[in-house]
Write a protein that binds this ligand. Structure first.
Ligand SMILES: Cc1cc2nc3c(=O)[nH]c(=O)nc-3n(C[C@H](O)[C@H](O)[C@H](O)COP(=O)(O)OP(=O)(O)OC[C@H]3O[C@@H](n4cnc5c(N)ncnc54)[C@H](O)[C@@H]3O)c2cc1C
Length: 465
């Protein structure tokens, strides 16, 4: 059995960040990834001859910042604004003076805006959230203006695909990574794959090992500690295990029977599966005029709260909230067609193929027309990936571990009750999940491993840290 100081299960952006941190500290690390690619839900793949980001669309500038400050990796990116269609106009994020002017331009009175701004300090107080049952309810009490509320819902991600721009400290949740800043939207030039690829290069350059197309089947325990990792290709001995597979998979499938007590198992078991997204990869005519400072557009549906209820009940809402990312609007000169990725929520469970078809049709016609009149007629091609096709072809589930509208969502610490088993990635984050937070959690997991190594007297680790 090959022996590693740390085995990282999964080469998602969280697992790679953990492995990069450990290899930098001189730790003998192996990353085992089930798919042929790194990056997990933050990567780019070729679909119909063009390259698309298949998961994260809105990447905050904190991601390239972490690469730079923690690993010294420079990743080329471009800042942009994200346009939210409200009524006939766009209100944009990052939230700043321009947003306020745009809110006013879309019919909100300065009086309403001032009143809202005066009340926003409430968002920083935990006691404020304690008085409400949901983020939506808390927001509703800040303003009665429909447009501002709509914007608030979007910013909080309550309505689904979030622009992830508000600091997580706004939510009534706390934890190790609660202070993580997501940052303003950036487009990673050439696609999100560069984030993961640069970490893979870093890991290899620092003597780390990566194995792709290898699936971890089980974690074996000995004396209440993780002892080895069994894959479909063999078995590895590990001093520490960091799992980037989601916490349910890690605890309930990979490590059964494990040394878990019943309450912990029940808690993990009670975690509701997150919602998945439908991804549509499309091209449209480059002559179609888009406001070119925007890299992505957000079209809110009817009512965020109602949309979640309908999705939870297993149905599509009348009007889906959707996000349209158009990277070629920022890299326009290099392409023949506009390449865009559109995402909207899939209902919980499975739906009839006909219902999916109808909803896609609605989004691609009425939805696109509401976003930009004339756009639906300029679409050249589109390919739909519902969650099952996504999983079949990419080997991943398009889950978004988003903050639910409810405020009592349980989150876990990366440290499990087994001293040498850690979970990293967005399924354990105590608040808003995203690419930068998955990276932060990986780094945090790695730091905890190094600390434990130090405590338990692994001198090699402590002197190289
Ligand atoms: C469609 C979609 C849209 C999104 N939009 C945004 C957005 O706009 N902005 C944003 O910041 N975030 C967004 N997210 C969320 C973001 O992509 C994730 O938070 C982040 O990529 C999670 O990274 P991770 O490392 O935690 O997990 P993952 O990316 O899921 O990585 C886990 C890795 O572990 C591997 N693995 C799992 N089990 C095993 C096993 N048994 N053996 C070996 N390998 C295994 C998987 O193959 C995968 O590569 C989106 C996600 C999706 C799906």
């Amino acid at each position: 059995m090959d022996h590693y100081q740390v085995i990282v299960i999964g080469a998602g952006i969280g697992g790679l960040s953990a492995a990069a941190y450990l290899t930098k500290a001189g730790i003998k690390t192996l990353v085992v990834e089930q798919t042929p690619f790194p990056g997990g839900r933050c990567y780019s793949r070729v679909i119909n001859g063009a390259e698309y980001d298949i998961g994260a669309l809105y990447v905050g500038d904190r991601a390239p910042e972490i690469l730079q400050t923690v690993f010294g990796i420079n990743c080329a990116f471009k800042s942009y604004r994200m346009g939210v269609k409200i009524g006939d106009s766009f209100v944009s994020v990052p939230f700043d003076r321009r947003t306020l002017r745009e809110l006013h331009g879309s019919g909100v009175t300065w009086g309403d805006i001032l009143c809202f701004l005066r009340r926003t300090p409430n968002l920083f107080r935990q006691s404020y959230f304690d008085r409400h049952r949901s983020v939506g309810e808390a927001l509703d009490s800040l303003t009665s203006n429909e447009v501002i509320r709509q914007m608030g819902y979007v910013l909080f991600g309550v309505s689904g695909i979030s622009p992830y721009s508000l600091p997580s400290s706004y939510l009534r949740m706390s934890g190790d990574t609660a202070g993580t800043r997501i940052g303003n939207p950036v487009h990673i030039l050439g696609g999100n794959k560069h984030l993961a690829d640069s970490l893979v290069t870093f890991i290899s350059a620092h003597g780390g090992h990566l194995s792709f197309r290898e699936k971890v089947k089980r974690i074996i325990f000995k004396d209440s500690r993780a002892y080895s990792v069994v894959t479909d290709k063999g078995q590895y001995r590990a001093d520490y295990v960091i799992s980037n597979a989601d916490i349910r998979t890690t605890i309930l499938q990979l490590s059964r029977p494990g040394p878990w007590d019943d309450p912990y198992l029940r808690e993990v078991n009670s975690l509701k599966r997150p919602l998945a997204l439908v991804c549509v990869f499309l091209t449209f005519e480059p002559s179609f005029d888009l406001p070119n400072e925007f890299g992505a557009f957000f079209m809110p549906g009817d009512s965020p709260g109602k949309e979640f209820q309908t999705l939870n009940a297993g149905q599509f809402p009348e009007r889906s909230t959707f996000c349209l990312q158009v990277p070629t609007n920022l890299e326009r000169r290099t392409v023949e067609n506009h390449r865009a990725t559109l995402q909207f929520y899939h209902p919980r469970g499975s739906v009839a193929p006909q219902a999916l078809k109808q909803q896609v049709h609605k989004v691609m016609t009425t939805g696109l027309e509401q976003l930009f009149p004339g756009l639906s007629g300029r679409v050249i091609s589109y390919t739909v990936y519902d969650p099952s096709r996504y999983e079949q072809e990419f080997g991943l589930k398009p889950f978004v571990f988003g903050a639910s509208p409810a405020l009592n969502q349980r989150r876990f610490s990366p440290q499990t009750s087994v001293p040498n088993l850690f979970c990293v990635g967005d399924s354990v984050l105590p608040e808003r999940p995203s690419v930068p937070q998955a990276m932060e959690s990986g780094i945090l997991g790695a730091q905890k491993v190094l600390k434990r190594m130090k405590m338990t007297g692994d001198r090699r680790a402590s002197c190289q840290e």
